[in-house]
Design a protein around this ligand. Structure first.
Ligand SMILES: Nc1ncnc2c1ncn2[C@@H]1O[C@H](COP(=O)(O)OP(=O)(O)OP(=O)(O)O)[C@@H](O)[C@H]1O
Length: 627
């Protein structure tokens, strides 16, 4: 081991023992010997590199405080076991810097205070055992530590609920008994019994015998919570079913009424103007024609429509079909259409399936809302509803089908779409691991996205965007609404760009995103470049994007003008020791992207190259430091 690491480890043990360790001179642990060759007590090294891999000092009466900063200077440390000592005080934040740790055993000490949220950065963690201490506060959220197989935290003073993000299918051991936890127990799939949860006065639901009070709902914790108990689950499902059916069908009814009203108005206008239309009204007239087509397929009155809407949960499938005529069997030449695209996930999906499936509002954006819908076959999809986009159904359909032809693993293709004049629905595969926005700013996540991950995300997004830009250059279809809520993480935790081409964006300096397709293709691609720059700034600074990114850009420029300074970077990045030179390089790329004159911005291909080079440099530096 290097001299620095030796010195740090001695510092670590000195803080823990007030000089009473090592118990004898032959135990090692002095700065003149090497931990690996001199066999320090409790230390094991990996053979090829002679680096400290395990520190196991169970039952050595260690007291004092835990100095994570010194400990984490051992770059290859994977196992830390300090069970049965007398270590007191808090577990410091810097524990999150021991990135190689796979096993942490701190059972039977006197730790107190909360478990720092930085433990969620320990991506390699398999076992985290901290039972019989005085830890308090919320249980750590280890949702993103995907390989965790044991979480043992019984006999502490934790409060709050059990985070729903624990992957119980993966866990082999789980014990939070004898704390002060409350609320419903997540569905553990029968894997863990009463002894894993007992001794918490306010926990309820299976496997505990006490059922939850009627009003009890799962504690908030991203990603979206699964059910609390089976009974709650069913009840929630029913409620969702009713609401979703109501909402979706209600939308169709409202669209229908509006369409009819417009149609009536237009018929009157036609009578008044003798069918004459001026050039300035071309768009309106085409809309009217489509509206007429759509409405003409429906025979019902609005009040009939309403009564049908309230009976959605009663599953009047055939009635819905004939009334709204959106499936091919009845629609004939209707302008309103529902089409399933090439992905097998939704093969045979009918619009009715969407209407009757349970849905949950995921969020509302500037241009519409997104619902999570679980189909009969268990597939989870996300339905994006947009309004006020004055694109004809014909153009919309052509556009979506064109986008669907371009396949890139980091870009989500639409699975199906519905179009009427009043609204467009886009169906995507539901992505279970939140958005980049949530990872950067999510209030309860307690997770910090480290520099390496941010760089990988930046480079993946840049490459994917460059690819699609190239493919759709001639069609002039840019993303149009690139932002961190549209970067979603799939099952494999890979970033994916969502909602490609669903908006036609204007240069942020000239106004806001608008519907219509009057833009020069060239500038809309450069608008994506601007927003990619803003995305980079968001990742580098950790700050929220407001006012079209202008505020963030202005602030970054003002800091940079004074001198290149680390002040601009997210504290989480500087405190993890992220390489400043490479962060500055990425910042320079961001600043190029947000150049006010659109034609001076590089294209996405060039940007992808620049980001890729920074990523390669980062990878090389890791290999060198590990080698
Ligand atoms: N396929 C999906 N899977 C999982 N979550 C999704 C999916 N699509 C969107 N979401 C999430 O749903 C929420 C609402 O999305 P929405 O697109 O309406 O909001 P937005 O991107 O902020 O606004 P807008 O696109 O209207 O400008 C966001 O948090 C988004 O991350």
């Amino acid at each position: 081991e290097s001299e620095d690491v030796r010195t740090s480890l001695i510092q670590f043990i000195t803080n823990l023992s007030n000089g009473t360790f090592p118990p004898s001179p032959s135990s090692g642990w002095n700065s003149t010997s090497d931990p690996c060759t001199a066999n320090w007590t409790g230390v094991e090294c990996d053979k090829p590199n002679s680096q400290v891999k395990k520190i196991i000092l169970d039952g050595f009466n260690l007291t004092g405080n835990f100095d994570s900063a010194s400990l984490c200077s051992a770059p290859a440390l994977a196992v830390l076991s300090l069970n049965g000592n007398l270590i007191a005080g808090s577990l410091p934040d810097q524990i999150g810097d021991c990135r190689r740790l796979t096993h942490i055993y701190l059972n039977g000490n006197r730790f107190s205070g909360p478990v720092p949220s930085t433990v969620s950065r320990l991506n390699n963690l398999k076992r985290f055992e901290i039972s019989n201490n005085g830890f308090s506060g919320q249980l750590p959220d280890l949702t993103r530590v995907s390989g965790l197989i044991a979480f043992v935290a019984d006999g502490n003073q934790f409060t709050g609920g059990i985070p729903s993000g624990f992957d119980f299918t993966n866990l082999e051991r789980f014990n939070v008994s004898n704390n002060n936890l409350g609320g419903p127990i997540p569905d553990v799939d029968g894997k863990f019994g009463i002894t894993s949860f007992s001794g918490n006065a306010d926990l309820c639901g299976p496997p505990l015998p006490n059922s939850c009070p009627e009003s009890e709902s799962p504690p908030p914790s991203p990603p979206p919570p699964p059910s609390s108990s089976k009974r709650d689950k069913n009840r929630t499902r029913d409620q969702i079913l009713i609401f979703s059916g109501y909402i979706l069908l209600g939308l169709v009814v409202v669209s229908f009424i509006v369409a009819k009203t417009i149609r009536k108005k237009n018929q009157k206008n036609r009578v008044k103007s003798g069918g004459r239309r001026g050039g300035g009204r071309n768009r309106e007239s085409s809309t009217t024609r489509e509206t007429s087509g759509s409405a003409s397929t429906s025979k019902s009155t609005s009040s009939e429509g309403k009564s049908k809407a309230t009976t959605t949960a009663g599953n009047s499938r055939s009635e819905m079909r004939s009334e709204y005529s959106i499936t091919s069997a009845d629609s004939g030449a209707a302008a309103a259409s529902f089409e399933v695209l090439s992905n097998p996930l939704v093969k045979g999906l009918k619009f009715n399936d969407l209407l009757k499936a349970p849905a949950e509002l995921l969020g509302k954006g500037k241009h519409g809302s997104v619902y999570k819908v679980v189909l009969d076959n268990g597939a989870a999809i996300a339905v994006k509803r947009t309004k006020d986009w004055g694109i004809s159904c014909e153009d919309f359909s052509r556009r979506i089908k064109r986008i669907d032809k371009v396949k890139h693993p980091r870009v989500l293709n639409p699975l199906a779409f519905y179009c009427s004049d009043q609204e467009k629905l886009l169906v995507y595969e539901y992505q279970p691991n939140a958005s980049l926005f949530m990872l950067l700013h999510g209030a309860h996540s307690g997770q910090v996205l480290d520099w390496g991950s941010r760089l990988v995300i930046a480079s993946c997004v840049a490459e994917a965007l460059a690819f699609v830009h190239r493919e759709l250059q001639e069609d002039g279809i840019a993303h149009g609404n690139l932002k961190s809520t549209n970067i979603l993480f799939n099952k494999e935790l890979e970033p994916c760009i969502s909602e490609y081409g669903l908006m036609v964006a204007e240069n942020p300096d000239q106004g806001t995103t608008k519907s219509g397709s009057q833009q020069k293709p060239y500038s809309s691609f450069k608008v994506d470049v601007y927003w990619f720059g803003v995305l980079l700034l968001e990742m580098l600074t950790g700050k929220l994007v407001q006012n079209n990114g202008h505020d963030l850009a202005k602030w970054v420029h003002s800091v940079v003008r004074e001198e290149w300074t680390v002040e601009v970077f997210d504290r989480a990045l500087t405190s993890e020791g992220a390489n400043e030179e490479r962060m500055v390089n990425l910042l320079q790329v961001a600043l190029k992207c947000i150049t006010p004159a659109a034609n001076e911005r590089p294209n996405m291909g060039q940007i992808a190259g620049l980001v890729h080079a920074i990523r390669e440099e980062e990878d090389r530096s890791i290999i060198v430091s590990e080698g």
